[in-house]
Design a protein around this ligand. Structure first.
Ligand code: CMP
Length: 140
């Protein structure tokens, strides 16, 4: 059975462009409940740790630099079938391939600066949520 929580970050490009409000509105209108949220900035070290799974990829350095370049909004979201439904809502990693109306189609610049992150599995949703939030910061 699929889980009911996912983890997201509104990335530095979308924050800098002033899209926090529009993106959160689209997330809430799609039926997701925010159970944890913070406005924060990742150090290069923390960004490197979060994306360690991509360490061998050619874009890793660029990704770490970008993700630590400015503030982000991190949140845990709750909804039935959260991981899959949220990935549909945000669209493909490359905004050029994202379906019309999805968050990345509307707000992302390119495959690297792609506005928003969404967990790719229930297991990673838990790992990523625990990376950013302590239990007392989550309000079910
Ligand atoms: P995200 O869903 O946060 O997970 C990994 C990130 O790596 C991805 O979004 C993109 O921001 C980034 N990424 C994936 N592929 C590329 C690529 N080819 N070039 C640059 N960045 C990439």
């Amino acid at each position: 059975m699929s889980g009911n929580r996912t983890f997201t970050m509104i990335k530095p490009d979308a924050v800098a462009a002033g899209h926090i409000g529009a993106i959160l509105a689209q997330i809430c209108e799609a039926g997701f409940k925010i159970v944890a949220m913070k406005y924060t900035k990742l150090s290069a070290e923390k960004a490197g740790e979060f994306y360690a799974v991509h360490k061998a990829r050619p874009f890793y350095g660029e990704l770490v630099e970008f993700m630590s370049s400015g503030p982000i909004v991190a949140a845990i979201l709750e909804k039935d079938n959260a991981v899959e439904d949220f990935r549909k809502l945000i669209g493909a990693t490359n905004p050029a391939e994202a379906a019309p109306g999805t968050i990345r189609a509307k707000f992302a610049k390119n495959i690297g600066e792609n506005a928003i992150h969404g967990s790719d599995s229930d297991e990673n949703a838990i790992i990523e949520s625990n990376f950013h939030f302590a239990g007392v910061e989550v309000f079910a």
